[in-house]
Structure formats: C-alpha cells, structure tokens
Design a protein around this ligand. Structure first.
Ligand SMILES: *Cc1c(COP(=O)(O)O)cnc(C)c1O
Length: 468
C-alpha cells in the first residue's frame, strides 16, 4: 500500500515512512492511495481480537513488515489489555426509538483510555521499523492528561525510542500525573513544565521548529494525526459489529469526539465495506464539530473547560482527511480551505459538500449537567459507572431516533476511575482503580522539571540523553 497526502503536494510513501513521518511535508495528513476491502465478515466471526486485527490491518502494512512479525506485534500489543476480548461490548438498554443500545469498552488497556488501543501497537511498530533500520528516535509530545500516559506506557522499554512528555505542572489530575511519573523504564521522561498546556504545546512546536535540534536528537511524534493510530482504531468497529449484528446487517456508532481520529476510523471501516448506517459525532460544549456538521461552517472559538477534558478542543485535525475524501481527493482545494481557516479562523464548505457529509454523519451536543445526569441514571438503572466522555456519547445515543432494527453502539472512551471526581459528583461513588493500578499512589515518582523556555527543555533533554 502507498500513501498520499491530503494536500496533494508530496511523493507517495510506504507504510513505514508514513509511520515515522506523522505529518506530511506539505502540511497534509497521509491516507492510503486506495481503500482495501475488509475480509468477508463471516471469515472473521468468532476469531480472537488479535487475529481480526491482523486480517483487517494487513493490507495497510503489507510490503513493509513481514507477516510473521506483524502477527506477533499485534498479538503482544493486545495482550496488555485486561480482558481476552480486548474491546468487549456490553448491553445498555435501548435508544429513544427502541433500537438496541450497546457500550463498546475501549478502556481496558494499561492507561484506561481508548488511546491505548492505537498506541500500544504504534509504540511497537516504531520500535520494529527503527530496529530494522538500525536507528533510534526521540519522541516528544505535550499532554493535558490522557495521551501522555498512553504514549509513555506504549514506549516504555522499547529499545529504539526515548520518549519525553511535557505536562503543565499542577494542572493534571494526580492519577494522570502518577500514570506518567511512576513508569519504571529508563527511556521514559515525564517533564513538569512551569506553565499551561498551551505553553507545553508551544514548546513542542518550537522544538520541532529548531531544525538543528530536531536532527541532533532525531525528534519524532506519535500524535493523533499519525495514520497508524487511525488504522488501529478501525479494528474495533469491525469486532463490535461482529458482536452486535450476527446477521451482518447495518449498525450505527456514536462517538465522543475531539480531534476526530476515533470517528474517522469508523468512517474508514465503512469505506472498507463494513455495513454502517450512521456515524454520530457526540460533542460537549466545545461544539465546533456539531456546528460544522449542521451549518457547513467551521469557526474557531475559545475552548471552554468541561468535565470531559479530552474533548475540549478547538481544531479537529483529522477532519482534513474526511474533507479530502469528500472533495474527491482534490488536494489543492483542501490546501486552500485549510489556508483560509488558518488566516480567517473560519471556513465554509459548499451545500453539496455539506449534504454529502450529512448523508453519513449525524451530530449531537451535550452539556456537563446532562452528562452528569446520564452518569447518575446509568448507575441507578444498570449499576454501571461510566466516565464523563462516555456519558456524552451515551446521552446522544439514547436520544437517537433511527430505525429500531439497527443496533446502536456507543463508544466508551475512558474508564470511570480516570475521572473519579466527576463520577463521584454524579453518583456519590468514587470508582476504584483496577487491580493493575491499585498501588499507583504508593509507587515512587520520577519527574523532570523545567521552566516554560525552549532552551531549558532542550538542555534537560540533552542531559538526559547523554546520561543514557
Ligand atoms: C482522546 C479522547 C477522546 C477524543 O477522541 P478523538 O479521536 O480525538 O476524537 C474522547 N474521549 C477520551 C477519553 C479521549 O481520551
């Protein structure tokens, strides 16, 4: 498989180069040159998650990684989850139109959020490709919580990777900080920055912008625009479909959305032949996407803090991939739209484009009070605790009015214990950490500290790398 950029200006690449590159040099995002077909669903039914995963992803990596290597990498990635099913589905009542409603649990990985599904694989793929090339990289990222711990866990003890994660000192929850600072591996480095999350992001951008430094330490990234992350997320749309529609009929999916990476994977699964009825974007009060899918205009706004912080975003980068496809892969027009968005803070698509997006996508917006109400109600009715991100999706799913014969799957993107304060406020119950993290508060922490200055962060990174 070869890959093209959504801005159409660069040569096609193979999977291994796309994996290591992340962003394309023309500022675009990589997509496969053609969509492969899924294997027949009946051939996948009843097989373990890792086998389905290998079968679904193989066409994307074929030609750059050997089949045996890929099989064991996938196997090992999903052995880190706390259940053999990896991403189980559980029944959750019915929607407003009496369609069966299911919850897809994506939080059974090591750091309790759905980012593990992709990053456990991506960390191992990085290591494999780098080992074959005899090179190493230094992964640098900024986090407001979830991504940092998932990236650290995925890269811990990988031979060819060092990982530095910058987080705002005092501004992440104690669970989130400890998940980053207590990992016992010499190649992971959590750095508390005296500043905000935005300061951390600016430092990362500045470090990548310093070409001399970038080449000196071989900087790389595993952020949510990396194609391999989207690829890994396609798999659970397939496995959950197999579970809730044994007859192979259509299924709808409701996805708590931030950067649009998760739901884009659902769209890709549909492109590959999965019978998908509706894809529903669920937003919190940061509703840039629901406004876009309603009006065709995307507009920058101030980010409002909510109880579902991993969806508090302003720009959904992965939307560019959907636009590229909807515009018949016209990279020049995508580049023009993105340029206008950057310059004006607002951009509109034509009625034709909006109509074709709305043929496949619905959207809904939920405020914190409604999310809390859903957490309370689901607990009272089913005895189940759900996290505030999941609650946004469940609220939108419950109110959906689709065909009652089409099952609806709501994606559960985080474990309730990852956001204990919001869950406790809604239910009075503080969700306990799962066994593998039960001693999190007793483990020793290892933290680097830096002021929000590029030179200081670079000096810290150089010193750490020299000592290794
Ligand atoms: C990252 C994240 C999201 C948003 O996913 P996107 O792929 O960015 O749309 C939703 N919920 C949780 C818990 C997350 O960590």
């Amino acid at each position: 498989m070869r890959y093209v950029s959504t801005r159409g200006e660069v040569a096609e690449l193979h999977f291994d180069d796309v994996l290591l590159a992340g962003l394309a040099p023309d500022g675009g995002l990589y997509l496969p040159a053609a969509w492969p077909a899924l294997p027949p669903l009946d051939e996948l039914r009843g097989r373990p998650y890792a086998e389905v995963a290998t079968a679904v992803m193989w066409p994307f990596v074929e030609g750059t990684i050997g089949r045996d290597d890929f099989e064991w990498i996938v196997e090992e990635s999903y052995a880190t989850f706390d259940t053999d099913e990896v991403c189980p589905v559980v029944p959750l009542g019915a929607t407003a139109s009496a369609a069966p409603l299911w919850l897809l649990e994506l939080f059974r990985g090591p750091t309790l959020a759905f980012k593990d599904v992709a990053l456990q694989l991506v960390g191992r793929l990085f290591d494999h490709v780098l080992a074959e090339r005899g090179s190493r990289v230094c992964i640098l990222g900024a986090t407001s919580g979830d991504t940092g711990s998932a990236a650290i866990d995925a890269c811990a003890d990988r031979a060819c990777v060092d990982v530095f994660v910058l987080f705002p000192d005092g501004r992440v929850s104690e669970v989130q900080r400890r998940q980053m600072t207590t990992v016992d591996a010499a190649n992971v480095h959590a750095v508390a920055v005296e500043g905000t999350f935005d300061d951390c992001q600016d430092l990362v951008k500045a470090a990548f912008g310093d070409v001399g430094f970038r080449d000196e330490v071989h900087l790389s990234a595993v952020n949510s625009i990396n194609w391999a992350r989207v690829m890994a997320q396609i798999v659970y749309y397939v496995t959950s479909h197999l579970a809730v529609a044994p007859d192979g009929g259509p299924v709808s999916f409701v996805v708590p959305t931030g950067n649009f990476g998760n739901i884009l994977a659902g769209w890709a699964a549909k492109r590959m032949g999965l019978p998908v009825e509706r894809l529903v974007v669920a937003s919190n009060r940061n509703d840039v996407l629901t406004r876009f899918f309603t009006t065709g205009t995307m507009e920058l706004q101030e980010v409002l803090p909510t109880t579902s912080p991993s969806m508090d975003i302003q720009v959904s980068s992965n939307l560019e991939r959907l636009l590229f496809e909807t515009l018949d892969r016209d990279g020049a027009t995508v580049a023009e739209l993105m340029g206008r968005f950057r310059a004006d803070g607002s951009v509109s698509v034509s009625t034709d484009v909006l109509d074709s997006l709305r043929d496949e996508f619905d959207c809904g917006r939920i405020d914190d009070e409604t999310a809390a109400e859903v957490i309370r109600r689901v607990h009272a009715r089913d005895g189940m605790l759900i996290d505030p991100h999941t609650a946004v999706g469940v609220a939108v799913a419950e109110s959906s009015e689709g065909d009652p014969s089409v099952p609806v799957v709501a994606l559960a993107t985080a474990h309730p214990a990852k956001f204990p304060d919001a869950v406790e406020a809604a239910t009075g119950i503080r969700p306990p950490l799962p066994d593998h993290l039960a001693d999190l508060f007793d483990r020793p922490e290892r933290i680097g500290h830096a002021p929000a200055e590029l030179r200081a962060v670079q000096d810290l990174m150089r010193a750490v790398l020299r000592a290794r």
